[in-house]
Design a protein around this ligand. Structure first.
Ligand SMILES: [Zn+2]
Length: 289
């Protein structure tokens, strides 16, 4: 009997606790890096006492940020200014001019390759955290879908208006989209910025039609960490509360009741290590977990 109990406990301890907001009690989390200064290329967020840790799960390899710095405050107003400078138009033009050498060009290419059969159909797409709008701007040139962005930073929203794009000034958690459903929801480098990625994906799930899809891109921590001085790379900058591995992204998507279709690790044109996933809302999966 005793052996059975301890085996049970060992098994429980060895269960991955990632995405359950149990950072303090999770025994599988080990220190990956303790940052006492910002990495040299990190944007200056004017943080007074810079002290943060990144913990790594010894089971799935997932990286979780551990600090008291209020990262969410970044996105309401000044994220656009700090991370893109005041000249958004210049930054935007620069990306467009890069053509096939830009991350965004490649993103649109693989995205439309995956959705080839839907290209000519009547599709609605919601892009969460549309930022500079390069993704939806590029998409609009290729397909005649109904495309909407949602973005919490007013500077980005105003900029999107100058491009004639439909971007709502809000976030997915607000009730602004309560009754709206979409065929596809894209989250490009978004879920790593929130405390609870599963919660955000679950909200996305509610905003999809029955056979709807999500497209997710996140920083790839496993490959970034392998690089020379990997912990100083942008994948581990302060605005990322989560840095993923293939295993952890799969788990995050499945915990959110999606059926994973495609999961891939890539090195982007900019040098970023990225994981991407396509998943579908699925009735079969709804009873699990
Ligand atoms: Zn884990």
């Amino acid at each position: 009997m005793e052996i059975k109990i301890s085996n049970y406990l060992i098994r429980e301890m060895k269960k991955c606790q990632c995405f359950q907001n149990k950072t303090k009690s999770d025994n599988n989390l080990k220190l990956y890096h303790h940052y006492k200064f910002p990495p040299p290329l990190e944007p200056d967020y004017k943080i007074k006492k810079y002290d943060r840790k990144i913990l790594k799960c010894s089971l799935c390899g997932h990286f979780t940020a551990h600090h008291k710095i209020k990262v969410n405050e970044f996105y309401k107003k000044n994220y656009s200014i700090i991370s893109h400078g005041k000249k958004m138009r210049i930054k935007f033009d620069k990306i467009i001019k890069l053509k096939s050498k830009s991350d965004n060009y490649q993103r649109i290419k693989r995205f439309l390759k995956f959705f080839d059969k839907l290209k000519k159909k009547n599709i609605s797409l919601l892009d969460v955290g549309s930022g500079l709008s390069v993704f939806i701007f590029g998409l609009r040139k290729k397909v005649r879908w109904k495309i909407i962005g949602i973005e919490p930073d007013i500077n980005f929203v105003k900029f999107a208006k100058t491009l004639g794009l439909n971007v709502i000034h809000s976030n997915l958690k607000s009730k602004i989209l309560t009754k709206q459903k979409f065929n596809i929801i894209s989250l490009n480098k978004i879920i790593e910025h929130v405390k609870d990625p599963v919660k955000l994906l679950k909200i996305s799930h509610k905003h999809l039609f029955r056979d709807g899809y999500i497209y997710v891109e996140v920083p790839d921590g496993k490959n970034a960490a392998r690089d020379f001085k990997g912990h100083l790379r942008e994948e581990f900058f302060i605005d990322h509360l989560h840095v993923f591995t293939k295993k952890s992204l799969k788990r995050c998507i499945e915990l959110s009741k999606f059926k994973l279709i495609k999961l891939k690790s890539i090195r982007e044109k900019s040098g970023k290590f990225t994981l991407l996933a396509f998943a579908q809302k699925s009735k079969i999966n709804e009873n699990k977990n």
